[in-house]
Design a protein around this ligand. Structure first.
Ligand code: SF4
Ligand code: SF4
Length: 357
């Protein structure tokens, strides 16, 4: 077993020795060659010798697998949501994807305020805030013992570690639909490029099985990672969130330079790309930013299509469930008139524009 280059664990889950990571989700506290300090969580490792059989043992964190998806690439697809993201967009639709490890969550609307879980938790991780149970993520070991007995079905652990082989077993259930519809598998998140070994194992296996693949990405990844993934995927769905690096930093936590460079690199390498713009009111929906985004997209060889993704408030409810607590921005969903006006502006640049993914 080789020590992973990219430890995606952000927390002190189970026996992980580190809480220090860089903005690419890499562990920065454990020296690479120090076998004594080898990470024990092993979220993304290659096992055994060469070949696909060994690659199927590569493991990563996933928080959902959606079958029959129709918004994440052509045809009918299975979308695999990777857990862990180096960005923290303030409008995020999937805040449960941020943490690169499983985490405890509570559906407050289902909670019956019975207090049983407080007694059940042997770690003392649950306390009451009024009559509402609150979980301390530092104490919770994710043992799961509070989940089954909960009379409201309110408690859950979001995300799990899966091998590429286990994920492939899910993907392969619908090969007949992919063949009929021109669909395939989409790797989304979170950020799939943040777990490169896991992603590469899945892309290689899909290619071997002739399953079309799409990578839905922020494109915030080291060039070396992008180079390795670039040729393996059939389609990239690349987000452009804002053309101002400062605005991008304020609302996502990172600047956009690396992202724009990576998108350009993919397009210049002849990869198939669809640009996706989440339309977030009062952030990136103004005429100047749409014009700048269109200008950038128009300068990329081979980009013909832009998808506009209207802001979706669904992330707020999901954020409230998480034990760690995430505060998202509150804005209204843009109406059809606004979305159509932006689409028309982009069509003038010669793009095919689709509203929705
Ligand atoms: S056991 Fe379930 S229903 Fe009861 S307080 Fe805990 S979360 Fe709520
Ligand atoms: S999963 Fe539930 S019972 Fe287990 S440590 Fe966490 S809060 Fe306590």
């Amino acid at each position: 077993m080789t020590r992973q280059n990219y430890c995606v664990n952000r927390t002190n889950l189970v026996s992980c020795l580190s809480t220090e990571i860089d903005s690419f989700n890499r562990c920065i506290s454990v020296p690479k060659e120090n076998s004594e300090n080898r990470c024990k969580l092993v979220p993304s490792v290659s096992v055994g010798g060469p070949g696909l059989r060994a690659e199927l043992e590569t493991a990563g964190f996933v928080f959902d697998i959606k079958r029959y998806a129709i918004h994440d690439g052509p045809g009918i697809r299975t979308t695999v949501f990777f857990k862990g993201c180096p960005l923290q967009c303030r409008w995020c639709h999937n805040p449960e994807s941020w943490k690169a490890a499983p985490e405890a969550a509570l559906r407050t609307t289902r909670c019956k305020r019975c207090g049983q879980c407080v007694q059940l938790c042997k770690q003392g991780a649950i306390s009451l805030d009024g009559d509402l149970p609150v979980t301390d993520p530092q104490k919770c070991t994710l043992c799961g013992e509070c989940i089954e007995p909960c009379p409201g079905g309110a408690r859950e652990i979001i995300g799990s570690q899966m091998t590429a082989g286990e994920v492939m077993a899910e993907i392969e259930k619908d090969v007949v639909f992919y063949d009929e519809s021109g669909g395939g598998a989409t790797f989304s998140g979170g950020e799939p490029l943040a777990q490169p070994e896991f992603l590469l194992a899945l892309l290689n296996e899909c290619r071997a099985k002739r399953i079309h693949t799409a990578v839905d990405t922020s494109c915030y990844a080291e060039e070396e990672v992008l180079d390795r993934v670039s040729e393996k995927a059939d389609l990239f769905l690349c987000d452009i969130k804002h053309m101002s690096s400062e605005a991008h930093r304020q609302f996502t936590g990172v600047e956009n330079t690396l992202i724009l460079n990576n998108i350009r690199e993919l397009s210049e390498a002849g990869r198939q790309i669809i640009i996706r713009i989440p339309i977030i009111p009062n952030f990136n929906d103004d005429a100047a930013n749409i014009k700048a985004t269109a200008g950038f997209a128009a300068s990329l060889p081979g980009v013909q299509r832009i998808d506009l993704l209207p802001y979706n408030r669904g992330g707020n409810e999901k954020a409230r469930r998480l034990a760690g607590g995430i505060e998202l921005m509150q804005v209204e969903t843009p109406n059809d008139q606004k979305m159509n006006a932006i689409a028309e502006r982009l069509e003038k640049y010669g793009f095919r524009v689709k509203i929705g993914g």
